[in-house]
Design a protein around this ligand. Structure first.
Ligand SMILES: NC(=O)c1ccc[n+]([C@@H]2O[C@H](COP(=O)([O-])OP(=O)(O)OC[C@H]3O[C@@H](n4cnc5c(N)ncnc54)[C@H](O)[C@@H]3O)[C@@H](O)[C@H]2O)c1
Ligand SMILES: C[C@@H](O)[C@H](N)C(=O)O
Length: 376
């Protein structure tokens, strides 16, 4: 048996404790002995091949967060509902779980390497969208968990993707930049010295993905998302969450308490643009991509500019400010405007929602939802 297959087999026997990610020795053994390039170049090991015309079989990790269900919906429309598997460690709401309506959901902890591999093999996965993460504010409140999920979890994902020849999407963020980066605008390539565990883990993800691409040929693709604004799903504990909360509070109570200063400028995007960008970069021919990590942007605003736009439609909205020092310090270190000209030029990125369009869409959607709720 060739040495690399013996090593790969030994690697397969390394089982990580679910939810723990704290067995450095086991990890070290796997990472020293396991070489994705050797395994993927072994045709008998990497036995399943797909023709160009096959639909991808997609696994989304961390799929019950703000973005995953929306992405699954978009991809299922495109590739068929059974070709997109949503996974998470949380219990799915019934409309997500009942596959007759939507598509498959399974439990998957990204810290459990063996379970991840089983899912990829048993379902013949070809694309992996890795959404599991702890966001900026939650990460600062629980650094060791953020380190495990965002860094150890990413290592598992990279190895699985390289081992099975997957196309891998990992989102990065405006939070991958820090106070020494140019902030207005922030280009794709510049100093990246973030001051949060979230930002550090995302720079690590960008660099590891690019390294695996160059060293092992991994088809790694990454977009740095701005703050994402959605009506149907709640944000998971980030610095930009205020820009979602304002719409719900404005419709339900007519009052909003903002946790960032009125002049804090951050790049933002409506969820439909974000998910479409993700599909577009995943479908782009490799020769169109001169880089593996791109900034994308749509708009940039401050709380007071957002409030003014919402008040055009809800003039009675009352806003107060009660600053959260943790979130404010994070926001003050992040880009104010994002330069995404490489994405626009190379693979045709174009946003559809600007600030007025965003506000109208959010208020219509939340207003309609609450009218339906009160009628019921
Ligand atoms: N939402 C945004 O504004 C935004 C902006 C930039 C980048 N991103 C990135 O996009 C991705 C998705 O973001 P989101 O807003 O949906 O995040 P979210 O916090 O709403 O959801 C993350 C999901 O990860 C899951 N998760 C946590 N630990 C896990 C584990 N051990 N195994 C499997 N799943 C686990 C959680 O249960 C949760 O459902 C993240 O990587 C995030 O960094 C999001
Ligand atoms: C910007 C993004 O990464 C996330 N919404 C956060 O604030 O943490």
């Amino acid at each position: 048996m060739p040495v690399f297959r013996a090593l790969a087999r030994a690697a397969q026997q390394t089982v990580l404790t679910p939810g723990c990610g704290c067995r450095p020795l086991a990890l070290a053994v796997r990472h020293i002995s396991f070489s994705p390039r050797q395994v993927t170049s072994d045709a008998s090991f990497h036995s399943v091949s797909f023709s160009e015309t096959d639909h991808p079989k997609v696994l989304i990790t961390g799929g019950l967060g703000q973005l995953g269900v929306g992405l699954a919906k978009l991809l299922r429309k495109r590739f068929g509902k059974n070709n997109v598997i949503l996974s998470d460690i949380r219990k799915p709401p019934s409309h997500v779980f009942h596959s007759g309506m939507t598509g498959p959901f399974i439990y998957s902890d990204i810290l459990d390497y063996k379970n991840l591999r089983e899912i990829v093999v048993n379902n013949r996965i070809t694309w992996l969208v890795h959404y599991s993460a702890l966001l900026s504010a939650v990460g600062e409140a629980n650094v060791s968990l953020a380190r495990a999920v965002n860094i150890t979890g990413l290592h598992n994902i990279l190895d699985i993707a390289a081992e099975h020849g997957l196309r891998l999407f990992v989102p990065s963020t405006i939070g991958a930049f820090g106070p020494t980066s140019p902030r207005n605008p922030t280009p794709d390539l510049c100093v990246q010295r973030p001051r949060t565990i979230y930002g550090v883990s995302k720079v690590h993800a960008e660099l590891m993905g690019e390294y695996y691409h160059h060293k092992y040929g991994l088809d790694f693709r990454c977009l740095r998302y701005p703050g994402i604004i959605s009506a149907d799903s709640q944000p998971g504990g980030g610095t930009t969450d205020y820009a979602v909360a304002i719409f719900h509070d404005a419709v339900k109570t007519g009052k909003f308490e903002c946790n960032l200063k009125p002049d804090t400028r951050l790049p933002m995007m409506y969820i439909d643009d974000c998910l479409r960008a993700t599909l577009e970069v995943m479908e782009s021919p490799a020769e169109q991509l001169s880089m593996r990590t791109y900034n994308i942007n749509a708009m940039s605003f401050t709380p007071e500019e957002l409030v003014a736009e919402v008040q055009k439609q809800l003039p009675d909205l009352q806003v107060t400010y009660n600053i959260d020092p943790v979130r404010q310090a994070i926001a003050d270190s992040w880009p104010m405007n994002f330069d995404d000209e490489n994405a626009r030029r190379e693979w045709g990125w174009k946003h559809e929602y600007d600030l007025p369009e965003l506000v109208t869409t959010m208020l219509n959607s939340i207003g309609a939802d609450s009218r339906i709720a009160s009628a019921n």
